[in-house]
Design a protein around this ligand. Sequence first.
Ligand SMILES: [Zn+2]
Ligand SMILES: [Zn+2]
Length: 88
Amino acid sequence: MQAVDNFYDLIKHLNHKIRVVGYGVTEDTADGVAIECEDCKEVLFNFDKPFYNEDGVCESCGGDVYIAHPVSNGNMYCDNAMCEHSNF
Ligand SMILES: [Zn+2]
Ligand SMILES: [Zn+2]
């Protein structure tokens, strides 16, 4: 759950103790990562690890990843039609 998406949500945490927390952490990555407020015990922002790496390469098949037209949904898909992450 993401608690913060505007100024008023975030200003409540002014001067609170904030830290970055990983979920399902392994040696060099994690299943997800969040910014939490320790004072409120609340998740401010979080991201699940996507199926592609930082360079936009699919981690299942090594294919390129593209973003669907924002009018459809703006999701990311793998360009390899055989891949589980494709949209073909
Ligand atoms: Zn807080
Ligand atoms: Zn793929």
